[in-house]
Design a binder for this molecule. Structure first.
Ligand SMILES: [Zn+2]
Length: 438
């Protein structure tokens, strides 16, 4: 997988479009000595606590000593479908799997990663049913429940670094249980005694790991907690306690509270679809966008959010953030031409050179200077008889709002053409009158 940077301070994952979405591996390395933690999210595609938490971690945490490797979206095809497993339960394929199984490559690759000598400990993230308690209370609180628990397969792995599984899980939970949102959310250690008692768990990721002498735990938040930000809060809190145990130092750009996580989850991230050279702010995007120029060639895209996927369905493209549909693009298939890099614009009366692909802000007006050999189409603006919209001062009131690409209806596409070929675009955002009057 190729990593590129769009001037943002985080890594961006590139996906080549195919029927199968590939998971991301984001290696957050401090450059300083220390242990390495592998975090695997999204093995079950209908457990959002298990994949939004590692996405937040990969975007907003900095590792100061030791290393954290993050796979936020292992079963990505199932995540975008909000299904436990479109090819069956991936977490029951670690003891044996047939080569023709559609999960074969993913399972084989993640096994290899777990066994990498550098990896000291693996966490497998889930949302489980109910609230685990060691004695029967009612249908939600009982020994058969999985939620709000740190799961171990056995007490310990003799002679392994971090092999005291029960002791570590107990210590982690004690610390996680300080500052709960609600008392019933307390975490407990669930030992599945896999070798003796649990045929199903013998086929799981964690059991594969521990039978290879490598410590592994599952963190389960509860499906009964419906608030995603609360699940992510508990997942991150528990992961941080594991990092403490492993002496991995970290910093983050926010305070670990449910409130701040809610804000981070509301930011869907940026999406760049390279032939357009445009970067879309997914949080502000309208649910449906027409006339979006696309190439008929293989679809490639980049996002700073590892849960973003662009999926072709019939003649439209669905932009997903995990299982959440962010927007649908109705493409205008067109040939691309890449000779144009910068254009001269007059923004609010001031002349500036602007790179193709930029998002620019304006207060009152936009005017595109004529470019020899190129034609300009300002989407949402039209003037009788004019086919090349250069040299015209355009103001917000001149636009037809339905052509805006954002929910606030303030952002418009300015598209450039050479003959019938598309040369890229610039998005212009007019300051929101309602907001600026405050
Ligand atoms: Zn699960």
């Amino acid at each position: 997988m190729k990593k590129i940077c769009l001037g943002l301070s985080v890594l961006l994952s590139t996906y080549a479009f195919s029927a199968n979405l590939h998971y991301s591996l984001i290696k957050k390395e401090s450059g300083k000595e220390g242990s390495t933690l592998l975090i695997v999210g999204g093995i079950h595609g209908d457990e959002p606590g298990g994949y939004f938490a590692p996405m937040i971690l990969s975007r907003y945490y900095k590792i100061e000593s030791g290393n954290v490797w993050v796979v936020p979206n292992l079963n990505f095809d199932s995540i975008v479908k909000n299904s436990r497993g479109i090819n069956g339960d991936m977490n029951r394929k670690f003891a044996k799997i047939e080569t023709k199984d559609k999960d074969f490559d993913t399972v084989s690759e993640i096994k290899k990663l777990i066994l990498t000598p550098k990896v000291d400990l693996t966490l497998n993230l889930h949302d489980g049913q109910g609230f685990y308690r060691d004695r029967q209370i009612d249908k939600n609180f009982n020994p058969k429940a999985w939620g709000q628990a740190t799961i171990i397969d056995q007490q310990q792995i003799p002679n392994a670094k971090y092999g005291n599984l029960a002791d570590i899980a107990t210590k982690v939970n004690q610390e996680t249980n300080v500052g709960l949102i609600e008392d019933v959310h307390e975490f407990n250690v669930k030992n599945t005694n896999t070798k003796a008692q649990d045929k199903a768990m013998q086929q799981s990721l964690t059991y594969f790991s521990i039978t290879n002498n490598k410590p592994a735990f599952a963190i389960e938040t509860s499906k009964n907690i419906t608030n995603l930000s609360q699940k992510v809060f508990y997942q991150l809190k528990t992961i941080e306690k594991f990092m403490n145990v492993m002496n991995i130092k970290f910093s983050r750009t926010f305070e670990l509270t449910e409130e701040s996580i809610k804000k981070l989850l509301n930011d869907d991230g940026m999406l760049e679809i390279p032939p357009t050279k445009i970067t879309l702010d997914l949080s502000t995007l309208k649910p449906y966008i027409k006339f979006f120029p696309m190439s008929k060639d293989k679809l490639v895209y980049n996002s700073n959010n590892s849960l973003v996927a662009v999926i072709k369905e019939k003649d439209e493209y669905r932009i997903m953030n995990g299982h959440i549909l962010v927007s649908t693009l109705k493409p205008e298939f067109i040939e691309f031409e890449h000779s144009l890099n910068d254009v001269s614009l007059i923004i609010d009366g001031k002349k500036t050179m602007v790179k193709i692909g930029s998002l620019i802000n304006a207060k009152n007006s936009l005017q595109v200077d004529p470019i020899n050999g190129y034609r300009v189409n300002i989407i949402g603006f039209s003037k009788n008889g004019v086919t090349n919209e250069v040299g015209i001062k355009v103001e917000p009131k001149d636009f037809i709002k339905t052509y805006a690409i954002d929910k606030d209806e303030t952002t418009y596409m300015v598209q450039f053409y050479k003959d019938k070929k598309f040369c890229g675009m610039i998005n212009i955002k007019f300051e929101d009158e309602k907001k600026s009057k405050k």
